[in-house]
Ligand binder design. Sequence first.
Ligand code: TZP
Ligand code: MG
Length: 344
Amino acid sequence: MNSYRILDANINRTSEGLRVIEDIMRFNYCNKGTTEKLKKIRHGLRKNFKEFNDEMIFHRDSLKDVGLKISQSTTLDNKHSINELLTANFKRVSESLRVIEEISKIIDEYDKSKLVEKIRFQVYEIEKEVSSKFIKQVIPFGLYGITCERFSNGKSNIECVKQMVDAGVKIIQYRDKNSEIEKKLREAEQISKICKSNGVVFIVNDHIDIALAVDADGVHIGQNDFSIQFAKSLLGPYKIIGRSTHSPEQAEKAVTEGADYIGVGPIFKTTTKDTAPVSLKYLEYAVKNIKIPFITIGGIKEHNLDEVLSYGADRVALVSEVVGAKNIKEKAISINSKILEKNN
Ligand code: TZP
Ligand code: MG
């Protein structure tokens, strides 16, 4: 086994990945703290494997690397935004650190392996920091989960969120129109933690202050709430702003004002929200004309989901149908897979 060749490739890979992130933090975001941390890790790693330098260079054979041909013949690694660059390079760094960690064990360098494991966990923490401050999350396809204690048959909002997250739902909105603000803050804090540790996007309905306090990924605001511009001025450029819309005019306005996604609905009659249904005609309009993500919502149940999907909806919110189900997890799995399969 050519351990030193693997070690060499992965130390280079880690350093290069760290350098890309470091330079983005340094020159694009002028963020001294993160730049310093990354630089320290990069230098520390090199220093710890310095004694193998000669051995590694001896085993290096870049021109005969079969991976180069594969990489040259694909465009899968193309990137279009700083977000994508950061995400891909964090992934590259943690993966290559893991390889160094494992290879170190078989060359009898267990202590070094443990040290690299520690570095890997430091990188995870930095990724978390960078992603909450500088990366705007994308709106995932599939079921958009929303809390609603009024329909959850005694289950708490937290319990509902846990089950939806367990089901693989990738975006959760905390919506509670009735509770005291203290309770909302406490619940939002807990849901934020659940979402962060499961890679789920977290949106707070109505409350920009709560979204900020719990470091949510964004807010959802209705037609009678704050303006999108005001929300942006408080939340900065890396938080998601979603806007409810009930007509093509409102949709176009939200897009012009810079919403990251819009709600399209209520499609059918619903008792969850006091707004008249807009019918599938508005969904048809959105599919044809709206170029940002939109969430189809309102009166949607498992029995009419196929109809909604046949119009081209790719992100759908079913509120009472999911939180009111006997088994929320099973219901969410079933609905989410239908939406995702239809859009595959
Ligand atoms: N916005 C438009 S309709 C609606 C919201 C929040 C409620 C949808 O709830 P349900 O139970 O899925 O009809
Ligand atoms: Mg609102």
